[in-house]
Design a binder for this molecule. Structure first.
Ligand code: NCD
Length: 358
């Protein structure tokens, strides 16, 4: 039997995510109606990386649907610490649970898990790569707070190179009509080229600026992000970027009256606490909406109505992915599968999206 997973939102047509978001809004307005929808079902949360909101909102979502939860939030307490592969952990846990939610520090890990799982797998963040369920949360927030997912000017600020939330959100919003992006970062933290290409091929546009001040006045949405300390090669490199962008009440004065400020959280120092009481600060509501949209997602995925093909490309002899943070370089048994573009000289890794010329 083919199984439905959520690894990357772009594996699905836009209408599928719109339906999940619409169901999330319906659940928000009437949560009691869904209280027994998954009675007796079990969700396993496999968190190989720290998490507060994503893990607890998934667990809350399952409990609010009547289901139960198992899992680990510290791989040191599981057989992972003894050297077990994702393949074996997934194979076993998917025979205990009806749905798996995985967060992992390496790009492509959730896809690797889905290849062996006997139940649906949801990607709750794979390294600096993607975070599709944060994107569903963000889309529900935009729908509720801006009333639309289209025609918006969205500023994304901070660590755009390592931030998986902004990667997923850009991919999603550039598939919708009329969105424009303003990327606010230092040259070292710019948005990856593959995301910019997705934006252009989706018919959207972007520009890159160095300061919040040059962009804030034109934005409908300001999406702040944390500098991802754990993804830098050295502490020095992190320290050189730390504290570059701080949104405070003074900077906010130049923003539109109806601009909203979003942040996937956790916040470190990029938004001062005095912004919290501004009516435009939406990040706490955003975290709350995450429960409703994850309830909607779990219900949708467990219906198994739209299984997707996990690997659509093929292996190219001994060609390996060049990204050291790709799961294929950590778990060697995985098929090194690539999508080819045009004349097959440009290959794109099917796990982490890194490109290479052959
Ligand atoms: C984000 C993540 O883990 O990618 N947090 C979250 O899921 N809400 C953002 C971050 O860690 O900075």
């Amino acid at each position: 039997m083919k199984i439905q997973h959520l690894i990357d939102l772009n594996d699905y047509p836009v209408q599928w995510w719109k339906d999940v978001v619409a169901l999330g809004e319906k659940i928000k307005n009437n949560p009691g109606e869904y209280a027994h929808s998954l009675d007796g079902k079990i969700m396993a949360t496999l968190f190989y990386e720290p998490s507060t909101r994503t893990q607890m909102s998934f667990q809350t979502a399952m409990l609010r649907l009547g289901g139960r939860i198992i899992g680990f939030d510290n791989p040191a307490n599981s057989s992972v610490s003894k050297g077990e592969t994702i393949k074996d952990t997934t194979k076993i846990v998917s025979s205990y649970a009806d749905i798996l939610v995985m967060r992992h520090p390496v790009a492509g890990a959730a896809k690797a898990a889905a290849l062996t799982a006997d139940c649906p797998v949801i990607n709750a963040g794979d390294g600096g790569h993607l975070h599709p369920t944060q994107t569903l949360t963000d889309l529900l927030t935009l729908k509720i707070e801006k009333g639309t997912l289209e025609g918006l000017t969205i500023g994304m600020c901070g660590d755009l190179v390592n931030g998986r939330t902004v990667h997923s959100l850009c991919k999603a919003l550039s598939s919708l009509k009329g969105n424009k992006f303003v990327f606010i970062s230092t040259p070292q933290l710019r948005m990856p080229a593959y995301i910019k290409d997705v934006i252009i091929s989706g018919g959207s546009s972007y520009k890159e600026v160095d300061t919040l001040e040059e962009a804030i006045g034109e934005l409908d949405v300001l999406y702040m992000t944390r500098i991802q300390q754990e993804r830098f090669a050295s502490r020095e490199e992190y320290l050189a970027q730390k504290n570059t962008y701080v949104l405070d009440r003074i900077k906010l004065q130049a923003a539109k009256k109806d601009m909203i400020v979003m942040h996937p959280l956790p916040r470190v120092d990029e938004i001062t606490v005095d912004v919290d009481s501004d009516a435009r600060a939406m990040y706490f509501s955003q975290a709350k909406y995450g429960v409703y949209v994850r309830m909607a997602l779990i219900l949708t995925i467990m219906k198994n109505e739209n299984p997707v093909e996990l690997l659509k490309g093929r292996e190219y002899g001994g060609v390996c992915c060049d990204n050291p943070k790709c799961i294929t370089n950590c778990e060697p048994y995985l098929p090194k599968s690539f999508r080819a573009s045009g004349d097959e000289t440009l290959l794109e890794c099917e796990y982490c999206d890194e490109r290479k010329l052959v």
